[in-house]
Structure formats: C-alpha cells, structure tokens
Write a new protein. Structure first.
Lengths: 257, 320
C-alpha cells in the first residue's frame, strides 16, 4: 500500500496575514506544515500500517525553498518527500497548483492520494478535486473515516444531513476533514531519522511546465483590494457574577426573550 | 449588462433546490439576460421552481445511479458547454458544489474562484472575496477565453422569486466520466437533529477552545436548546474532535447570519470571524479581555464560560 499525501507549508496562521506588493500572500516569515495536512499524514501512516507495509510519500509545492514543514511530516513517519520549489510558482492559482502536483504524483507508484479539504491560508478548497481529474482518479471529499478492504476504498463522507458511506476502487483520491484521526507528535527519534530521509527538490523546468504555472498560468487577476466595512465594538463588562443577567437583558432588548 | 448567459448549479434537496442555489439564481437575473439552471436527480422535476427564480431553461443531468454528483454533473456541463459555453457558472459552496467546480475546472482548463460573497458587472464579471477574517475585500476578474467558474458562499445574496414562467426542462447530454466516476454512495445516514438548522437558526450559540474540554460542549447545546437556536463551533474544537465538522462556523465551515450569535470561549480567529461577522447581533463571553472577538461584539462579557454559562442556563430555565 503506497500512499501519497499532498501537504502545504504555510505562514503561521496565528500571525497577522498581509499581502506583498503583487497582492500575493506574504510568505516571507518561517513556514510551517499546515495543521490541516497533519491529519492526512497520520491517516496515511495508519492505513499503510494496517495494510502490512508500504510507503508514505509527501508531495508539496512552494516558492521560497522552505522544507521544514516537510521534515516535520517525515519526522511523523512519512517515507520520503518531494517538493517542487521554484520562484516561477509564485502567483499560481489552484488549477496550476493541481497541474504541478499531478505531474509530480504521476511519477510515483501509488494506491491512494490523500489531501486536506482545503489549506489554512488560501482556503480555495478545489485543488484536490482538480488534481483527481488531472490524474484520472475517482475522488471522495470530506472524509470523516477511511478504510481499505482489498482494492476497495470505503469512506464515510460528510453531508448536510449526516454522512454517506461511499465506496470507490483504488487508486483514488480522498480529502480528509480535520479531526478524523489524532495526528501523532514527532518523536525525538523520528526527528533525527527525518534528517536522513529522501527529500527531492524539483523545479518547474524538471516537470516541463514552464510558462503554464505561476503568475503566467493564472487566468484571474486581482482588480482591487479594499478595506471591508467594520463592525463597532459595543459594551464590554467584566463578569462579577452578573454576566449571565447582562446576557439575558441583552437578549430581551433584541426580543429574543 | 455585459454578460449574456449565466448557468447556475441548482442542487436538489428534499423536493426543492438548496437555499444557496435559489440565492444564486436570484442574483444571476441581475447580471445576465439568459439564466439557466443545471440540476440532477429529483431536481429534474423542479422546472416551475427554477422558472420562478429566473431560469428560462433547466438542464437535467438525470438520475446518477448512486454516483457522487461531482463527476457526472461536471461531465454533463462540459458536454453542454461544447455547444455554447456561458460567460460564467455560479456554484454554491457545498460538499457537492465544490466537487463539481473542481472537476469542471480541470475538464475545461478554466480557473475557479471560491469563497465569493459578491458578484458585480463592471465591463465583465467582478468577484468579491473577504480575506484576512473579513477585514479586506479582494475584487477579482477572470482573464482569457472561456467561462469563469465561481463558487459562492451561502447567504451572499437574498433569494427572491421573480414570478417567471416555468423553465423548459432539457435533458443534459451524458458526458464522459471514465474511471473517475466510480465513487458510489452505498448508504446514507441522517443524523438526528433537534431544533433548527445551523444556517437557518435565528439564534446560534457557538463554543470554542475556552470550554476547556469536550464534555463542556453540553452547555452550548443546552443554551442553544433553551433559546430554540442551533449549536455551532469554532474550528479549534472541531479539529480537536470534540464536535463534528457539520457544526463548524467560519471560513472552513458554515456562514451564519442569525439575529444573535453567542460566541462562548471563542477568541475570534480570523478564520472564525468571516463565518459569523454578518450576524445582526453578537454576544461574546471570553476570559481574555483582549480577545479579538470583543472588537466585533455588541455585548462582551469578560468572564469564564464555566461560570457564566451555568448561570445563563439557570436564568433561562427559570423563565421557561
């Protein structure tokens, strides 16, 4: 059982976000492994374990040469990492990202591709399905539980009303919601081992995608960035045993009570 | 109007179209001369409803035989586009809507713009996207030839019938799904829900990390029940596995605009704010006086949810 996990290295979500001069997200600080991706890495490790062995390959793209987030995934237990790291990728849209990931993953031998439902910086949430289409794979998004029975994938997929049990033959692509598994912390041994695990860095030219990705490949453009309407803060009280009464009075004032 | 034709993905749900689908049909009328809807399954019976909200044609992909909608619906739209593509396709932000958008984007080799909350016409379609917790609005346009694919968040527009005549129902050509269409629904499970839906409730009570532990979420559910509201959650406690993803309010989850939103133990991460800052009234209860949530709260209580919520539950019980 070989599983590819798509991961993204993002600016610390707790830090303030800003745009650079080209209206791209400012990524000048230290990048970390998107927490949303740790669920996919953990899921892959568990599925490979249950299948009796195999490789977990993490695949990523970026522009600044950062690899710390990938080392983190390797420290959790992934076998190897591949990143397309190239300044020519700056300004890539979701479809270009999917094209880059597809050309990397097509070089791998895999049974399953895992991804988060969306990244925690861009939130576009379409790259995994675009990727499935480019790779010619069935996809099951918003997985709450994943199991594999021989060559059949079984997924509990989130729906508006509850969940569906969905099946698909392997190979396939699955996006996992956060909280589906408890991501392990990298052990000291894992961190040490990660330093010598294979980490391949590719360029856009290596994949033959020159001119098709990055700002050149994007077919949308930002025409304005404007300050949004702001809400005014109202009254603020320190609870001195009367907090609940203040809430009740407020609910009365707006006729909820 | 510079736009001639817009297609709207109209998702069937319990004998109707989803509310977001009707919101998109309504807004599409103001942007383009020709509006068509695309549906599947039981939606094929809804020509009258599609017409009432402004579609002149309802393309019916038909019965999907248990397949997840993403692949067959995108394949059908691609096939329809071959004999005349629209200027834009509007798709609701939903589990299946996002699947259709992703599949179609790769099939047509056209980009998708997501998290859209506004659509205007300024010598072409302009999309609006709240970013950084809703503090900034980014406006964008598609470039190049071919339709723009737009995924719009719920409640961006108000659904209003136009009183139009029933739409002509046209069977959409079956597209080519190949191996990609092999994901099928074996069984569906409906989770019991008491009280109103999160997106439709007049009162939403949400809990966050400040609850301290999963078991404390019962307080949120209790307050929600007493106010005949719905229980929501921040991403932090959904990620922690305390409550299911379906409760999540925010960028990654649902958009709510209730009459009143009670944020309990929620600090107000940008990712959460974007999903609830459109609420009519906001009440925040949080230990940290500097929590960003207080900047948008009409009433802020700086206090421990473990003290304020039990007192609130008692007070509400005493009234009922």
């Amino acid at each position: 059982m070989n599983i590819v996990v798509c991961v993204k290295q993002i600016p610390d979500p707790a830090a303030p976000q800003s745009f650079d001069a080209s209206n791209n997200l400012n990524r000048s600080g230290k990048l970390i492994l998107d927490e949303a991706d740790t669920y996919g890495v953990e899921m892959a490790l568990q599925l490979v374990d249950k299948a009796g062995g195999g490789e977990v390959t993490v695949v990523s793209m970026g522009s600044g040469g950062d690899v710390a987030g990938l080392r983190n995934a390797l420290a959790m237990g992934a076998t190897k990492a591949v990143i397309v790291s190239d300044d020519a990728l700056r300004g890539s849209d979701a479809l270009s990202t999917a094209k880059v990931l597809a050309s990397v993953i097509a070089r791998e031998s895999f049974d399953l591709v895992l991804a988060a439902t969306e990244s925690s910086d861009g939130y576009t949430g379409t790259t995994p399905v675009q990727l499935a289409q480019l790779l010619g794979l069935p996809s099951i998004t918003f997985a709450k539980a994943v199991s594999i029975d021989g060559s059949t994938l079984k997924v509990s997929r989130q729906t508006e009303a509850g969940y569906d049990e969905v099946t698909a033959p392997l190979p396939a692509l699955v996006t996992v919601t956060a909280g589906v598994v408890e991501p392990r912390y990298a052990s000291f041994k894992g961190i040490m081992a990660a330093k010598s695990k294979p980490l391949e860095v590719l360029s856009v030219s290596d994949l033959g995608l020159d001119g098709q990705v990055g700002a050149d490949g994007a077919r949308e453009t930002i025409v304005a960035v404007e300050a949004a309407e702001t809400r005014q803060a109202g009254e603020k009280y320190v609870d001195e045993g009367d907090g609940a009464q203040k809430v009740v009075a407020f609910l009365e004032s707006i006729k909820v009570l | 109007m510079t736009l001639s034709t817009i297609w709207v993905l109209a998702e069937p749900s319990n004998g109707s179209f989803t509310t977001t689908s009707l919101e998109l049909l309504t807004h599409a009328r103001s942007l383009a001369t020709n509006v068509a809807a695309i549906t599947w399954g039981e939606g094929g019976q809804l020509g009258a409803l599609a017409g009432e909200y402004g579609a002149s044609t309802l393309y019916d992909v038909g019965d999907l035989a248990g397949a997840l909608p993403g692949v067959p619906v995108a394949a059908a739209i691609e096939a329809l586009s071959a004999s005349g593509a629209p200027d834009a396709l509007l798709i609701p932000t939903s589990y299946d809507g996002r699947d259709v958008a992703g599949r179609l984007s790769a099939r047509l080799d056209r980009p998708v713009l997501t998290n859209v909350t506004g659509l205007t016409d300024d010598a072409g379609l302009v999309t609006e996207h709240p970013v950084f917790g809703g503090s900034l609005n980014v406006k964008a346009k598609f470039t190049g030839a071919g339709p723009g694919i737009v995924v719009v968040r719920a409640k961006s527009f108000v659904a209003e019938p136009s009183g139009g005549a029933a739409a002509t129902v046209v069977a959409a050509p079956a597209g080519d799904s190949g191996a990609t269409g092999s994901a099928v629904i074996a069984t569906s499970h409906v989770e019991e829900r008491t009280g109103p839906k999160l997106e439709e409730a007049a009162v939403v009570v949400s809990g966050g990390r400040g609850l301290g532990e999963a078991s404390a979420y019962v307080m949120i559910e209790e307050v929600a029940k007493l106010l005949n509201g719905a229980a929501g959650a921040s991403r932090a406690i959904v990620d922690a596995g305390w409550v299911p993803y379906s409760h999540q309010v925010g960028q990654t989850g649902k958009t709510v605009k209730p009459l009143v939103y009670l944020a309990c133990g929620i600090s107000g991460a940008t990712q959460h704010m974007v999903g609830m800052k459109g609420s009519k009234n906001i009440v925040a209860i949080n230990k940290d006086a500097d929590a960003p949530i207080f900047q948008i709260a009409d009433l802020g209580i700086v206090g421990d949810v473990h003290k304020v919520l039990p007192a609130l539950i008692d007070a509400l019980k005493a009234r009922s």
